[in-house]
Write a protein that binds this ligand. Sequence first.
Ligand code: F6R
Length: 255
Amino acid sequence: MKIIEVKNYEEMSKRAADYVVEKVRSFPGITLGLATGGTPLGLYRHLIEDHRNNLTSYQNVTTFNLDEYAGCDETDPHSYRYFMNESLFNHIDINKANTFIPRGDGEDMEREAQEYEQLIASHGGIDLQILGIGSNGHIGFNEPGTSFQSQTHIVELTDSTREANARFFDRIEDVPLKAITMGIATIMRSKEILLLVSGPNKREAFSRLMHEEVNEQFPVSVLKNHPAVTVMIDQAAGCLDYTPGSGDLEYVPHD
Ligand code: F6R
């Protein structure tokens, strides 16, 4: 796990965008795994800016998003499809037919989950997966206790996740109770992972990631078993907490 410490959210977003742009330029047919939430918004803003200024093309790029709320169709402003269209897809030259997000409004969610898993496999898997982290250590919507063997599946959201995401809704009661998410095994099959960690409310989760053993009660810890993970973290999220020499960590302090 390589940990790159940056000064603040803006610097993290810019570095993450440079990282992604470099991958897209060297492999125009790349399959990206994408996340929603507040953390990657700056990354997406920089990708759009780069697309406008430097003409990086996404015409041959395929994307798979991590998750979607149950019961939200793409016209619902709370849906992750809507979020991705507004935050990224509408502003770059990607073919929307190549952007995949699990459907939260399908009649048979279990079948949707299985088909999503097969779809990822049929595209040869994900080359680079972008991840954020929940304050309880979730990745995607894989809450504490989720099996590391899990494939794309339906989940009940925990109270802490619904509270954290209530900021995108008028009232917490409006936050869906369920979601569909890539499983931990799905995420772990990505060839490479870029984890973005920003802000004081991620401090404790990052500290746990540094100090805890890999365990299913803290889903993000599984990334320690992945051979190609880069973490970009800002100082507010607490890099100072890092202990040199722990495990296989490679630490790149900010300059
Ligand atoms: C989003 C996702 C979640 C978020 C996590 C952090 O698609 O799967 O795991 O990455 O909840 O959310 P933010 O970035 O809003 O703090």
